[in-house]
Ligand binder design. Structure first.
Ligand code: 5RP
Length: 227
C-alpha cells in the first residue's frame, strides 16, 4: 500500500506512521530525526483534541514530546505500551540496527514493552543484508573486556567520540557507546543473542521483531510493510 505525501521521505514516513495512533493510546516516542516528524505530527493531533500519553526513549524525545504538548508518562505507570514509533540506522526485512543516537537501550526496552513496534525510515536505510556497525552501550568499567569479547565475535569496535564534547559520548544512562563493525551480518538473531551474553554490554542495537516498517520515498510516497 502506498500513501502519497508531498514532503521529504523522513517526514512522509514519520507523519504517516503517526496516523496509526488512536485516542487513549500509550505511545512509545522513539529517538532521531525521522521519529521527530511523528512526534510533531502527534503534537498537532493533540492540539486538535487527541488524548494520548507518551513514553519517551531519550532526553531528546522527552523534550520534543513536552514541547509538542504530549503528556509524558513512564513505564512504571504504563508497563504495556499500545504502539511504539521509532527510527533505524539500517533495516533488512523486519530486523533493524538502531542506536545512531546512542538511545538504543531505552529504545529496546520501550519496543519490547509495546504491542506494536513500528519503524520509520527513508529508503536509504533499507538493505537486503544488515552490515551497519552495531551500536553497543557499554558499562565504562568493562570497556577493555567488552572490546576483547567483541573481537572474539569478529567485531572491530570503536569508542564513539563526542561532537561538541571532548572525549567519549556518554549515553542518557551514563555509559559509553561503541560501534562494532561485523561486516555482513548473515544471522542477526544469533549475533544479537551472543552480544546479549557478553559481560559488560548493557545493550546492543540489533532489534528483531519489528511489526511494521514505514519507508518514506523520494517521490513522497510511503511503502508500508507489515510483518
Ligand atoms: C537513536 C536511533 C535512531 O532512531 C536512529 O539512529 C535513526 O535516526 P534518524 O531517523 O535521525 O536517521 O536509533 O538511537
Amino acid at each position: 500500500m502506498k500513501n502519497q505525501h508531498k514532503c521529504n521521505p523522513r517526514q512522509a514516513a514519520g507523519e504517516c506512521a503517526a496516523k496509526l495512533v488512536e485516542n487513549g493510546m500509550v505511545v512509545g516516542l522513539g529517538t532521531g530525526s525521522t521519529t521527530a516528524y511523528a512526534i510533531k505530527e502527534l503534537g498537532r493531533r493533540v492540539a486538535d483534541g487527541l488524548e494520548i500519553q507518551g513514553v519517551p526513549t531519550s532526553y531528546q524525545s522527552s523534550f520534543l514530546g513536552a514541547e509538542n504538548g504530549i503528556t509524558l508518562t513512564t513505564l512504571d505507570e504504563h508497563p504495556e505500551i499500545d504502539i511504539d514509533i521509532d527510527g533505524a540506522d539500517q533495516i533488512a526485512g523486519f530486523t533493524a540496527i538502531k542506536g545512531g543516537g546512542a538511545a538504543h537501550t531505552r529504545e529496546k526496552i520501550v519496543a519490547l514493552s509495546s504491542k506494536k513496534f513500528v519503524v520509520v525510515v527513508d529508503e536509504s536505510k533499507c538493505s537486503d543484508i544488515l552490515s551497519h556497525p552495531v551500536p553497543i552501550e557499554v558499562l565504562p568499567f568493562a570497556l577493555k573486556l567488552v572490546i576483547k569479547q567483541l573481537a572474539e565475535l569478529g567485531g572491530k569496535a570503536e569508542l564513539r567520540m563526542g561532537v561538541s564534547k571532548d572525549g567519549p559520548v556518554i549515553s542518557d544512562n551514563g555509559n559509553f557507546i561503541m560501534d562494532a563493525d561485523f561486516g555482513r551480518i548473515d544471522d542477526p538473531d544469533s549475533l544479537g543473542k551472543k552480544l546479549s551474553q557478553c559481560c559488560g554490554i548493557v545493550e546492543h542495537g540489533i532489534f528483531t521483531g519489528v511489526d511494521a516498517v514505514y519507508i518514506g520515498k523520494k517521490d513522497g510516497s510511503v511503502d508500508i510493510r507489515e510483518a
